[in-house]
Design a protein around this ligand. Structure first.
Ligand code: HEC
Ligand code: HEC
Length: 437
């Protein structure tokens, strides 16, 4: 990238402004990341590196058939799992996008509470829950699909601001963000990231894939790093399409009666497929479901990056459109809307009791709760007090953003408890790695 979008867009993942200069003292502080999660990422990194080194030579430049990664994808995988690419070290992409949880946040305690992840620098949290980094590559470039309705489609991030205009793919634009974001990997410049890659243990692979001179041109090298990550994210290792649902579609598995009923409700009475159509289970549009605030989000107390403190409101796509003169006229109609996430891997977890968080702010802690919300948002009364963690029993809190809430496709679906359960059972068939017996 050459200045452009990301320079204006603060290195992406959060909309926080860059600090004037990194705080010297806290840049030295060790990361508080779960050592087990870091160790897991490290193990994947080491194994991939060993494969890459064993494979050097002319063969390495040939794309290979089957499920083996191409050299470019393997390079992307190394970049994704490399803990050296943060400042201080210790925070690879995989720390917030763990494969064992379907490429989203892998820490139970965080998911159970604020649901936003700590950056490489201790105490700096982002503002949103990490969405899955899988199935992000098929997103089209963000575009105005219907001017009459102000309908936008495409992009990466909850608010679409990794548009894809820069590198031709939203996931590649996205991958340039985290390395430089002060609340994420916190590297001081593109040059620093490029130097780490060029002088590191897979520098030769980088040169093999992108040409011997690649390290001489920082802008081009930084673009190439992002493109390699996007290539890995697009590989069958990440976009695996290997769930029970996929096996069923190919005639290699049978759904239980409850799962089939759930699928029927998903497409029919529940209206889920309006926005989450198979096979990607997202149409890359934007909506405001009226999800309540997550009061446990530490972002509310991050005054250094969030001057509004507890008054911060996540305005989603609308806030991003405001920054683009050609789209600003559509901002108001899109305030509070966030991207429809894929539902693939929504139930993927390392063990049955592991808690995952759902929606852009992680307000929901299980699939039952979010499905109950779709069903009863407009049926139950508004809660008088916002108590985190006890949603949907006899009331729902007010929406985080009251504008543009979708009241036509959700809120009062008339589903029975058994129907809600069937939909959840169907969602559980979408986890990759299903092994037919
Ligand atoms: C500190 C945690 C953290 C780290 C580290 C991190 N991410 Fe993310 N990621 C997030 C959050 C939070 C979002 C959503 C941000 C938003 O919407 O504003 C996100 C969004 C994404 C998305 C968008 C998915 C979609 O469908 O829109 C992709 C892809 C992604 N990250 C890949 C990466 C890659 C590649 C890296 C490493 C270069 C990385 N992430 C590092 C937390 C993290
Ligand atoms: C009008 C479009 C729309 C419809 C209809 C819809 N969804 Fe969603 N869904 C979204 C959007 C947008 C989000 C993200 C909301 C947010 O973060 O505030 C979402 C989020 C989710 C999530 C959380 C995923 C995650 O990774 O955090 C689940 C689960 C989900 N939807 C399931 C369903 C089910 C089941 C139905 C049908 C009962 C359904 N959706 C109907 C648009 C829709």
């Amino acid at each position: 990238m050459v200045g452009g979008v990301l320079a204006g867009d603060v290195a992406s993942e959060s909309r926080a402004p860059l600090p004037e200069k990194p705080l010297a003292a806290d840049a030295q502080a060790p990361s508080t990341h779960d050592p087990e999660a870091v160790a897991r990422a490290e193990a994947v990194f080491e194994a991939t590196l060993a494969e890459a080194l064993a494979d050097s030579g002319p063969k390495a430049t040939e794309a290979r058939a089957g499920r083996a990664l191409t050299p470019k994808e393997r390079l992307g995988k190394l970049l994704f799992f490399d803990r050296r690419l943060s400042e201080p070290r210790g925070q690879p992409c995989a720390i917030c996008h763990g494969p064992e949880v379907g490429w989203t946040g892998p820490l139970l305690f965080i998911n159970l509470t604020g649901s936003v992840y700590e950056g490489a620098v201790k105490g700096r949290f982002g503002n949103r829950k990490p969405p899955s980094s899988a199935y992000a590559t098929p997103a089209p470039i963000l575009h105005l699909a219907d001017p009459a309705e102000g309908l936008f489609v495409g992009g990466n991030f909850w608010d679409g601001r990794a548009t894809g205009e820069e590198l031709g793919n939203p996931a590649a634009d996205q991958a340039q963000g985290p390395f430089l974001n002060p609340v994420e990997q916190n590297n001081p410049s593109e040059a620093v990231v490029v130097a780490k890659v060029c002088t590191g243990p897979y520098g030769d692979l980088f040169r093999t894939v992108y040409g011997a001179g690649i390290c001489q041109n920082v802008a081009r090298a930084y673009d190439s790093i992002a493109l390699a990550i996007a290539a890995y994210e697009d590989s069958p290792e990440v976009n695996a399409f290997s769930s029970k649902y996929d096996a069923w579609r190919e005639g290699r598995a049978t759904l239980t009666r409850q799962e089939e009923w759930g699928l029927e409700l998903f497409k029919g009475k529940g209206q889920c497929a309006n926005c989450h159509p198979p096979p990607l289970f997202t149409d890359f549009t934007y909506d405001n479901l009226g999800v309540p605030r997550n009061l446990l989000n530490p972002w509310y107390w991050q005054f250094q990056f969030n001057p509004l403190g507890p008054f911060y409101v996540d305005l989603g796509l609308g806030a991003f459109l405001q920054t683009r003169p050609e789209w600003a006229a559509y901002a108001r109609a899109n305030l509070g809307k966030v991207k429809v996430p894929t539902l693939r891997n929504v139930d993927k977890r390392p063990f049955p009791g592991f808690v995952k968080a759902y929606a852009h702010n992680g307000y929901f802690k299980d699939l039952e709760a979010i499905v109950h919300f779709y069903n009863t948002r407009d049926v139950l009364p508004v809660c008088l007090i916002e108590i985190p963690g006890i949603p949907g029993v006899d009331c729902w809190p007010v929406p985080e953003v009251g504008l543009n809430v979708n009241t036509t496709e959700l809120g009062n679906l008339g589903l029975s408890p058994q129907e809600e359960q069937a939909i959840v059972a169907f969602l559980r068939t979408l986890s990759d790695g299903y092994a037919p017996r």
